[in-house]
Design a protein around this ligand. Structure first.
Ligand code: ADP
Ligand code: YYY
Ligand code: MG
Length: 208
């Protein structure tokens, strides 16, 4: 029996287990260029880009009951409880229906990592790590001009500390599993993308 489907509205159908998506985590400090490079990857390699920060900001705008809590945490540079962020990521994956996702800015701490694994049973294929100096990231964030409440020097310093203390250990964890692809993100956008592309392109392996 055929079902009438409203093509304009995507339904969150099925489960993540059915979808069994390919996931690449895109990590790096604030301002390292995660969002910029994800836009390039989407154009060439057919992934869907999900930024945890964008999903949280959309949740604030939607007037959700968690909005005030999320907004306060972002202003303080703190990491929102995993439960909230994981629900948003799960919903976005199921609504979208693609089976290849770049998850940008997540997992940002050990709690994010362990909870995502426990809830979704998804293991990332690999982790892109954009490595960039604090000086360069600070310059970029202060010039970003997206009207973000957290792109001020006081919050930026807090975000750098959270990255050092909470996010780098997650990258170390994946590094110990051989999953990290580290990229020098301090170079111009096009140069960084050349390195990114080489990671996503199928390898032309020589027979011996
Ligand atoms: N390689 C680069 N060189 C200079 N500026 C960059 C580079 N990559 C991104 N930017 C700029 O820096 C700011 C932060 O980039 P963004 O992609 O939003 O980083 P993230 O998502 O990691 O915080 C943006 O204004 C962006 O245009
Ligand atoms: N996994 C995540 C990702 C982001 N957040 C919150 C806390 C972060 O400082 C803000 C902004 O994240 P976002 O990835 O958009 O920031 P950057 O692109 O790294 O500058 O959102 C979170 O609580 N948990
Ligand atoms: Mg970003």
């Amino acid at each position: 029996m055929g079902e009438v489907v409203d093509a304009g509205k995507k339904e969150a159908n099925g489960s993540l287990a059915d979808l069994n998506p390919t996931v690449v985590f895109v990590l790096g400090g604030p301002g390292s260029g995660k969002g910029t490079q994800c836009a390039n990857i989407v154009r060439h390699f057919g992934f869907t880009h999900l930024s945890a920060g964008d999903l949280l900001r959309a949740e604030i705008k939607s007037g959700s009951e968690n909005g005030t809590m999320i907004s306060n945490m972002i202003k303080e540079g703190k990491i929102v409880p995993s439960e909230v962020t994981i629900k948003l990521l799960e919903r976005a994956m199921l609504e979208n229906g693609n089976d290849k996702f770049l998850i940008d800015g997540f997992p940002r701490n050990e709690e994010n990592r362990a909870a995502f694994e426990a809830v979704t049973k998804i293991e990332p294929s690999f982790v892109l790590f954009f490595d960039c100096s604090d000086e360069e990231m600070e310059r970029r964030l202060l010039g970003r001009n997206q009207g973000r409440e957290d792109d001020n020097i006081e919050t930026i310093r807090k975000r750098f500390k959270v990255f050092q203390d909470s996010s780098l250990p997650v990258i170390e964890y994946y590094n110990s599993k051989g999953k990290v692809r580290k990229i020098d993100a301090g170079r111009p956008v096009e140069e960084v993308y050349e390195s990114v592309k080489a990671i996503f392109e199928p390898k032309n392996e020589k027979a011996d």
